[in-house]
Design a protein around this ligand. Structure first.
Ligand code: OOG
Ligand code: MG
Length: 262
């Protein structure tokens, strides 16, 4: 860690204000070039403290930048992890308010809900599947608080991996009944196909994103409790959206997730 607790707290306040009021900020590393990845996860810890203090509930975690398409789109080649709260969840078939966001994009992801706790390192895909209650289709709405959606790994982690909203839908499935490497995904905007992919794009198997997340958590003395909701990262590049757009993400054998932007 290179930054003092006081500066970490100030950065968390700045990021939280930008998230809550949908405005951009300059990359944190522009002002603090010595900032480390540890510092940026410390900013996340402070965000979490602030969310809990105002009554939000942590419901799980997300892995991001876990597919080549996403890494290439963002120019960042290392996965990032972030915190998900109930305040970010939105219902299927509803409208997401664009005025609450800066420059949102949508991503199709496979989400896991755990029935048993998981801790790393050294966990296997088999253990992840054993601990999984069900997998469910999800669309994440990411919204970087950095100008022009441009950032580096350290800055995006401090912005909680651009998390802003997420919607689940379709059919919850037993992961044992699917081949989680070959789930085809189609993202449509206003009835037109924007991206297609298969779930192996996420680290060969989306459960690998959970294994990486467990290693990350272990290094910080944390783990995933039973009941955790975990998003494993966009399978294709993220699609920009505007007011009036309707989104449908179709997942092979898992149903679809639909909603619109107002
Ligand atoms: C970082 C978050 C990436 C994913 O699924 O890859 C992410 C970003 O691209 O803004 O959520
Ligand atoms: Mg994502």
């Amino acid at each position: 860690m290179n930054l003092s607790p006081q500066i970490i707290g100030e950065l968390a306040d700045r990021v939280l204000h930008a998230q809550d009021h949908a405005h951009t900020i300059t990359k944190l590393t522009d002002e603090h070039p010595s900032m480390t990845i540890e510092d940026s996860y410390a900013v996340q810890d402070e965000l979490r403290r602030r969310w809990i203090a105002r009554g939000d509930r942590v419901i799980g975690m997300k892995a991001g930048l876990t597919s080549k398409a996403k890494m290439q789109q963002m120019g960042v080649h290392v996965p990032s992890f972030g915190i998900l709260t109930n305040a970010m969840a939105r219902p299927e078939n509803g409208a997401i308010q664009i005025r609450e966001l800066v420059h949102p994009r949508v991503e199709a992801e496979i989400a896991f809900v755990l029935k048993k706790p998981l801790s790393g390192p050294g966990c296997s895909i088999e253990q992840v599947l054993d601990a999984t209650d069900f997998v469910i289709p999800a669309v994440e709405v990411i919204d970087s608080r950095y100008e022009k959606f441009k950032f580096d790994l350290i800055s995006v982690i401090a912005d909680n991996g651009s998390s802003s909203r997420y919607v689940t839908g379709g059919r919850p499935r037993d992961p044992r009944e699917l081949d989680l490497r070959t789930i085809g995904v189609v993202i449509e905007k206003n009835g037109e196909i924007q991206a297609v992919g298969a779930s192996a794009a996420v680290l060969n198997h989306p459960a690998n994103a959970i294994l990486m997340l467990l290693e990350h958590l272990h290094a910080r003395g944390e783990s995933l409790p039973a009941g955790s909701f975990v998003m494993t990262g966009g399978i294709t590049e993220a699609i920009p959206v505007a007011a009036g757009d309707s989104i449908v993400a179709r997942f092979q054998d898992m149903g679809s997730v639909s909603f619109r932007f107002a």
